[in-house]
Design a protein around this ligand. Structure first.
Ligand code: IPM
Ligand code: MN
Length: 386
């Protein structure tokens, strides 16, 4: 996991094995049952909009190389979901479409969003739709600097930035549409910042399990419980569950302070667990301190069930079709996906290839335009092929 040095490996691997067992049970046709456990995975590919399809294609080349070297396979199905249908028609991607994804083990997602479509509608239907409908309650976002020259912080080096953010992915202000009432000066808009005990418990438990496998075995809760007293629930649950994890040290920090410390002293963080909204915000900051949105990858996980992996960047329409977007985020998403599937060696080989490519200078950067998308994919695929 960026993407990882295997952090989270144990917890995630354990669940990946369960997942395979479930598949054999549900889909126990003789042919599938004959395949040794863990060697074949059903993969849905959603390239989406803008640079999404091209970075996804590049990442799949790296996946091809990993499959050949490490002896597993994927059965891929490409889904043509994009904003085009929102621009050209009134048809939308529906909850039933999303239910169709349950037939897969994992989803590799590119990016979605088109300035010609109404703001946020397609993102909410597709991205938030998958997260909510498939109950992908963990948003796993490693913040790992690959090379010193990508770190924009004065006096900091790549070695100072190695943390992972566990963002709650189904509740908070993201959980509902809210309301607007009144007109003119009486117009009022609101949306509840809603958390449930089970919703917090499951993600906090996941974060403690992950922290247990991390270098520092330290978990930081990021919230705003001083100004938003309902977030006291996070503090209470964090302490309750923390008592079960005697081998993990813990502390809590307000989100504003966390932003400051991520910039000033990123080395103090190991594992972070936080709310959906704050996790969204701090992980863009996290990407920035590692060289920009182009490097960051994310796993949207429901342990043991179909899970979705994506680069953190969006569709970047101005670079679409030019072949200059960096595929590093999408390739990182493949690495996270393979770790989730229990293919840790393959995952690590991809991460190492990305890191070595950047450190050795063959990969020139992670900004759009620094190098051709395909050239970067080839460098990484060749290194993975061994
Ligand atoms: C992300 C994105 C999404 C979010 C948007 C596109 C709805 O910013 O994955 O971080 O806010 O979660
Ligand atoms: Mn975001």
């Amino acid at each position: 996991m960026g993407l990882g040095h295997g952090h989270g490996g144990a917890a995630v691997k354990h669940r990946a094995l369960k997942l395979v067992r479930r598949l054999r049970h549900v889909n126990g046709s003789a042919r599938i049952a004959d395949i040794p456990m863990g060697s074949s995975f059903r993969l849905a590919v959603i390239g989406g909009d803008g640079i999404g399809p091209e970075v996804t294609r590049a990442a799949l080349r790296v996946l091809d190389a990993a499959e050949r070297r490490f002896g597993f396979s994927t059965v891929r199905e490409e889904l043509g979901w994009s904003s085009a249908r929102y621009v050209e028609s009134t048809s939308r991607i529906t909850p039933e479409d999303i239910d169709g994804l349950r037939a897969f083990d994992v989803i590799l997602f590119g990016a979605i969003g088109d300035p010609r479509a109404a703001r946020g509608v397609v993102e909410r239907d597709v991205i938030l739709g998958m997260r909510r409908r498939l109950d992908l309650y963990v948003n796993l976002r490693p913040v790992v600097a690959y090379d010193d020259r990508l770190v924009p912080l004065k006096g900091k080096r790549a070695a100072d930035i190695d943390l992972v953010v566990v963002r709650e992915n189904t509740e908070d202000v993201y959980g509902q549409t809210g309301w607007v009432t009144g007109r003119g000066k009486d117009e009022v808009a609101g949306v509840p910042m809603r958390f449930t005990r089970p919703g917090i418990e499951r993600v906090v438990r996941y974060a403690f399990e992950l922290a247990r496998t991390r270098p520092e075995r330290h978990l930081t809760l990021v919230d705003k419980a001083n100004a938003i007293p309902v977030q006291e629930l996070w503090r209470r649950i964090f302490d309750e569950i923390g008592e079960e994890f005697g081998d993990v040290t813990r502390d809590a920090m307000y989100v504003d302070a966390a932003c400051m410390w991520l910039v000033l002293r990123p080395e103090q963080f190991d594992t972070i667990v936080t709310t959906n909204l704050f996790g969204d915000i701090i992980t863009d900051l996290g990407a920035a301190i590692c060289g920009g949105l182009g490097v960051a990858a994310s796993g949207n996980i429901n342990p043991g069930n179909v899970s979705m992996f994506e680069p953190v960047h969006g569709s970047a329409p101005k670079y679409a079709g030019k072949g200059v977007a960096s595929p590093v985020g999408s390739i990182g998403a493949v690495a996270l996906m393979l770790e989730y599937l229990g293919q840790s060696d393959a995952s690590r080989a991809i991460e190492d290839a990305v890191r070595d490519g950047l450190r050795g200078g063959r990969i020139k950067g992670v900004e759009a335009g620094s190098q051709k998308t395909d050239e970067v994919a080839n460098i990484i695929a060749m290194a993975v092929a061994g």
